[in-house]
Design a protein around this ligand. Sequence first.
Ligand code: ACO
Length: 156
Amino acid sequence: MNVRLAKVDDLMGMQACNLQNLPENYMMKFWMYHAMTWPQISFVAEDHKGRIVGYVLAKIDEPAEDDKTQEIHGHVNSISVLRSYRRLGLAKKLMLLSQEAMASIYKASYVSLHVRKSNKAAIALYRDTLGFEVAKVEKKYYGDGEDALSMRLALK
Ligand code: ACO
């Protein structure tokens, strides 16, 4: 398995992977916007035939110039790995590469994300493996009414 920076050519494969794995899906222009605007922080995992089996899609939030209360930070919009490729360390690798790039290229001070309160696998990945903490619970964040954990990790 190879983990590398995502390219525009990968977007269809990333979208297909997202459709298989998550109920939160996005139009192609959303994937394209991220790849074109922040090209160094989204990554893919591919199999030996070059098929996309996992991805992380991320963005950078920059505060307005007159807003001193906010810091530049990364945000993970979506991450998933196809079922038969799970528990191989791919999501961990995808997250670490994105976090490193957010910190080194954009000087992001932290990374944030939202995750369903019931998503045990993803919460274990973020909290136990990567060291994220719950910043707050956002009630009824998802379309079906489920709460989200808003999680954060400080970047060095
Ligand atoms: N149960 C408990 N802990 C888990 C599980 C699980 N099913 N899966 C991963 N973990 C934790 C473990 O601590 C694991 O380390 P270990 O294998 O040494 O015990 C650690 O996370 C790293 O696991 P990876 O192998 O890197 O994770 P994987 O590649 O399997 O991907 C993911 C994890 C992305 C959550 C996968 O299960 C998936 O695609 N799920 C469906 C989509 C999803 O829920 N995405 C996250 C939504 S939130 C968002 O996108 C911001």
